[in-house]
Design a protein around this ligand. Sequence first.
Ligand code: GLU
Length: 394
Amino acid sequence: MNKFLTDKVNNLAPSATLAMAAKARELKSKGVDIIGLSLGEPDFNVPEFIKEAAVKAINDNYNSYTPVDGYSDLKNAISRKFLRDNNLNYKSSQIVVSTGAKQSIANVIEAMISPGDEVILLAPFWVSYSAMIEISGGIPIVVQSDIKSNFKVPASKIKDHISNKTRMVIINSPNNPSGSLYNEEELKKIADMLKDHPEIFILSDEIYEHINYGFKHFSFASIPEMYKRTITVNGVAKAFAMTGWRIGYLGAPEWLAKACTKLQGQSTSGANCIAQKATIAALDANIDQIKYMIDEFRERKKIIINLLSRIEGFKLNDPEGAFYIFPDISYFFGKTIDGFEIKDSTDFSLFLLEKAHVATVTGEAFGSPKNIRISYAASRENIKKAVNRIKNIF
Ligand code: GLU
């Protein structure tokens, strides 16, 4: 607590994913051999054709402020991408480019959530949704799921949590942190249920769309009755290994796109010009050009599940998307191992960090206190080494 800071900031929890990554970095800089499986960050280089587009943009002297909502040629590329991959028709005036999908989501929540408004989150949910809702004075309403249901929440359970204060439901498929994928039928059931609640909006976070080993990705906004009240968020960070380039975007009703542009115009002024130009190359590319990364993630998933399933106490499922596994490790709660008392998943994650020097993220940050998130966006060698170290501390 600091009396010079607002209650909003004093009460705000730091991002658990970024905090763990920072902790791992700090330990590494002190010479500790940490294996980082905490951050959702592809370890591949940015594909050459994207780098070339960025270099060209620099040489072509793209230096100036861009339009707040993004270059028009980029917005046209996004429009083509939405149509090609998602069967979605978003005109340029419905698209806003931001500094990462994270800012796209923050803009929407800031634009739509007033104090006391409720937003339904399907646990496990990405850490920053709840924080962003709280910053706006909104109330996150968490609907639980567990590993038995592959971390998916059925429409009927969402319905039970709707009140006259519900403004929004956030759907994230493929999901961070569980890797679960909602199929078309499940999403249509949610849409059917929402027909009785015409004032509720749906924020569909599709940033992991291409990190998908299951069935074809289905966009919620492609359900005709839902189009007008769905915000589709995506970006290039995960599929194109461009996390640090910070380009995200949304497709939304025009009035909301305008509101997000107004907000952004008073905060960041728009996203980085070079990264925007490079994003055009990424989005216009044939998706086969990144298949090698998805294939590699699929292999790594097999390796990590196979190795971890041999350790007693790790309850696992086989997620169909993203690059995380989310084991239930509640078996260890109440045990003291090597002098380390494990009361909850935060203790367990710290235990792995301290004793095995493997960084993970506590499930508590994602609203699922029985689990931990392990990212396999790391080399096969590091995955094997990490699991081996984990095995050796029990
Ligand atoms: N989305 C990634 C993760 O969950 C990046 C970190 C963050 O912004 O939370 O690890």
